[in-house]
Design a protein. Structure first.
Length: 230
């Protein structure tokens, strides 16, 4: 099936540039110039990826991201002129998978879209389930349960958990986790890994008083397969 990509931006020149490069890859491009319509289009057309500007009329991009993330785990790539670290971390907090700042390289954008689509398909195809006591990770359903209670994770949190859970006890550096969850060409900051890990750990520990994700100071993080409830 041809991937469907929703591009949400109110700048006609930017939209036409992105559209031209995406269509060269033979991807189907859906356009929206405001946040409210983008939400409706995403729900109706169910795109495989969303490229989302932040400064939008009617509903801004951050709210669009938050609303979409509450009901779908499709990749959301923010494309914006806001370049501060706080802006980037806020976008990631709301569930964005990637963050590209303007001005941008169209070829790099295409490469990162391709990586996001490939990783999303890989996770969707995998029918593996991993069980660690009360913790169950189902890749086929993209679902995590602790003590049979579902845990709502963002796509990045889920990928980080899977990366570590596949090799229990191994210590991963922040850079290794960043490349594994965001792709080798990512320009994201290593600090974003800390943020996602913090949220992941909080969500898991709220259900069961256990430290599944452990910090190895000065090195990175590891998954503990021997964790039991205290």
């Amino acid at each position: 099936m041809v991937p469907r990509i929703l591009v949400v931006d109110d700048d006609p020149m930017t939209v036409e540039l992105i559209k031209a490069y995406l269509e060269k890859e033979h991807w189907q491009v859906i356009l929206s110039d405001n946040g409210r319509d983008a939400i409706d289009i995403a729900r109706e057309r169910q795109p495989d990826l969303v490229i989302l500007d932040l400064m939008l009329p009617r509903v801004d991009g951050l709210d669009v991201c938050r609303i979409l993330r509450s009901s779908t785990d499709i990749p959301i790539m923010m494309l914006t002129a806001r370049t501060t670290e706080d802006d980037i971390l806020l976008g990631l907090e709301l569930g964005a998978d990637d963050y590209i700042t303007k001005p941008f390289s169209p070829r790099q954008l295409v490469a990162r879209v391709r990586t996001a689509l490939r990783r999303n398909r890989t996770f969707q195809r995998d029918d593996e389930s991993m069980v660690f006591g009360a913790l169950v990770i189902s890749l086929a359903r993209h679902e995590v349960r602790v003590s049979d209670q579902p845990i709502a994770l963002t796509p990045r949190e889920f990928k980080l958990l899977v990366i570590m859970a596949r090799e229990p006890g191994r210590v991963f550096s922040r850079q290794q986790l960043l490349e594994g969850a965001f792709g080798p060409d990512t320009e994201s900051l290593e600090r974003t890994v800390d943020y996602h890990i913090m949220n992941l750990r909080r969500k898991l520990d709220e259900i069961q008083a256990a430290e599944y994700i452990q910090t190895v100071f000065g090195v990175g993080y590891r998954f503990s397969a021997s964790t039991t409830a205290s």
